[in-house]
Design a protein around this ligand. Structure first.
Ligand code: ADP
Ligand code: ZN
Length: 437
């Protein structure tokens, strides 16, 4: 571990490990298969990159996203670490050249997309390689119970089984439910794995759920009050993203947008502009964010309720990765439930899986309605021992206005009346409010 610390300082310029990193790194270096469950932003990449540097040979990193690979490789090369990726964005000739270099041991890390593992050519080439470590990023993608099942992840277990010299295997995920953990261990064929769990709590994040707000108005006000801060606004559909984006632009805010319906070029541009702080607020579907390393995102607003607590926590967790405060706000409207149900019906046919998705949706709706501490609710959902008291840093904990603070209470009542007026008209509300003594 002395060596690992030296490498940490030399390449990354960090003085300390974050919670869990040292244990996970030493577990892998000692040759023990390892399952690491770490929340987004906890620093997973370092946990396989350092063992890759410390061990002889080349580490193979399996990662689901092309954009993520390129960013990570750029970062590694920037630190002077020889690394490359192979995925479908390369021409056949480029891929072969990298494979050729890999066989000669020229890389410390080689990132590949899971699809590549099924190529016979790749399999043959890899047999000649001294593999130091096999790391699987976003390992929950192997599980149908996860929120991001990718069939190509099912090729990983058999691939490992065919390696003549099986290396140590590390699986990394932010998803901690028992079913997912079980699937990861079984389907990736981990051998007596050590499991590390760094805890899901992100103390620097605050959480709030706003129900029945006028969402557009809320966002406009919030963005105005957050000038100069970077934020992400997640909406459920491309259309919703386009609309909100137009609203923000019209109001003069430097917004960007991101969803799978845009061309590669436009997506890349707006992503880069966001990272460089050229645009302050990114309006996006959940296609945005995985693998985007922007540590100083100060707020994440969900314009619609997402499909599960797993998705919510992963997306909200993109706030405050630098450890400074981040605000996570969910704008809940009852229509969101209908939309998510519709999406489940559209995308899932297997009845067992469907039931699972509905159960996840229900848990998400429960979160939106709980009057109790939101952080406690989140930790409880992910199976973590509850906090001793209330967190004091979520919408529900901070909602308990001091009854003596009559101004705050009056403000709430007025806001409530205004909302009712909007919905039911002045006269009805006036009638209702004529309280008899
Ligand atoms: P994850 O994949 O778990 O979401 P990353 O690996 O992308 O997280 O790391 C999140 C951020 O934390 C990155 O900006 C990374 O450089 C930083 N980081 C990771 N480990 C450390 C450390 N030991 N000290 C300081 N910063 C770190
Ligand atoms: Zn709380």
């Amino acid at each position: 571990m002395q060596d690992a610390r030296k490498l940490l300082a030399k390449y990354y310029g960090y003085t300390d490990f974050r919670p869990g990193q040292a244990e996970i790194i030493s577990s892998l270096i000692s040759g023990t298969d390892t399952l690491a469950v770490m929340p987004t932003g906890a620093g997973k990449s370092l946990c396989y990159q350092l063992p890759a540097l410390a061990l002889p040979g080349t580490a193979i990193v399996i990662s689901p996203l092309i954009s993520l690979m390129k960013d990570q490789i750029d970062a590694l090369q920037g630190m002077g670490i020889p690394a490359a990726y192979i995925n479908s964005s390369l021409s056949g000739a480029e891929a072969n050249e990298r494979l050729y270099n890999a066989r000669r041991g020229r890389y410390k890390l080689l990132y590949v997309a899971p699809e590549r593992l099924e190529s016979e050519y790749f399999q043959a080439a890899v047999q000649e390689l001294e593999i130091s470590l096999l790391a699987i990023d976003e390992a929950h993608c192997v599980s149908q119970w996860g929120h991001d099942f990718r069939p190509s992840y099912r090729a990983i277990g058999p691939f490992i089984g065919r390696l003549a010299n099986r290396p140590v295997v590390g699986a990394f995920t932010a998803t901690a439910t028992d079913e997912v953990k079980r699937d990861v261990i079984e389907l990736l064929a981990l051998r007596n794995p050590a499991t590390y769990y760094t805890g899901v709590d992100r103390a620097n994040l605050s959480f709030a759920v706003c129900r029945g707000e006028n969402r557009k108005e809320f966002v406009l006000k919030y963005v105005a009050a957050s000038k100069g801060k970077a934020g992400i606004i997640y909406a459920a559909t491309r259309k919703e993203v386009d609309n909100l984006y137009a609203v923000l632009r019209k109001a003069g805010w430097p917004a960007g947008r991101y969803h799978a319906g845009l061309g590669d070029e436009e997506r890349k541009k707006s992503q880069e502009a966001f990272i460089r702080d050229d645009i302050g607020v990114m309006v996006a579907t959940n296609a945005f964010g995985m693998g985007i390393d922007k540590p100083d995102v100060r707020y994440v607003i969900h314009y619609n309720m997402p499909k599960s607590m797993e998705s919510y926590y992963q997306e909200a967790g993109r706030a405050g990765r630098d450890g400074e405060p981040g605000e996570c706000i969910l704008l809940y409207g009852a229509q969101d439930v209908q939309l998510q149900k519709f999406l489940i019906e559209q995308s899932v046919s297997d009845s067992e899986r469907k039931a699972g998705e509905y159960a996840k949706l229900k848990a998400m709706v429960d979160y939106c309605h709980t009057p109790a501490c939101l952080r406690r609710h989140i930790l409880g959902y992910f199976g973590e021992a509850a906090l001793a008291g209330e967190c004091g840093n979520c919408g529900n904990c901070n909602d308990g206005n001091d009854p003596a603070d009559i101004t705050a209470v009056a403000q709430k009542v007025l806001a409530c009346v205004a909302r009712l007026k909007e919905r039911y008209g002045v006269s009805l509300v006036a009638d209702v409010l004529k309280v008899r003594r």
